[in-house]
Design a protein around this ligand. Sequence first.
Ligand code: SF4
Length: 237
Amino acid sequence: MQLARRRAIFRRLQAANPHPTTELLHSSPFELLVAVMLSAHTTDRSVNAATRELFAVANTPQAILALGVDGVRPYLKSVGLYNMKSKNLVALAQQILQLHKGKIPHDRAALEALPGVGRKTANIILNMVFGESTIAVDTHVFRVANRTGLAPGKTPREVEEALLVNTPAEYRKDAHHWLILHGRYVCTARKPDCPHCIIEDLCEYPHKTPPPKARRVDARRAALGSRRRAVPPARAR
Ligand code: SF4
């Protein structure tokens, strides 16, 4: 995809949402780290439901460690894989206290060494807490980057690297939020809302959802076609 087209896509996404941010509730870097770590294979809504209660009683590494795994688990029941995430959360709090003096480390390797934290979570923390222009690739970003042609790739890492190269510098810091929100609410997995998509004319996806009128015409044509096919060959002649 040409640079002018890529730039136009981000210009429109920015115009529609000049200050994009995460939908995960948080009021400190530690809360953000916990929320992002919990959000793997889970919706933001169920993470928010869990952290709203959890953070009211424990929102620091010390408090999470004091709660322990058995104390944390009941709060995480609405979150997928909550048994494993409860253990990871307490181990993460312990590691932050022991190795990083209770602070979130500003270092990719140290972040990725925390229990339950992978590259995607590290990218979000580096971006949102430390202001780096990293681009985290989750399932929504992966889909939108591939469909639009912005950054095709077979793996999240390939897409991340392509996005870093293909995203104009002035849009790199917020690219993750724009693409994730576009994938979550417009370019959805099952049926992208192409007729209402603000980048429809710039997107290179070959299987766009047609507008409702065209869908009706297509349906009529399909019905006529099947009726014609249903006529026995002898009578058709
Ligand atoms: S036109 Fe359709 S496929 Fe392309 S980005 Fe928009 S919603 Fe997604």
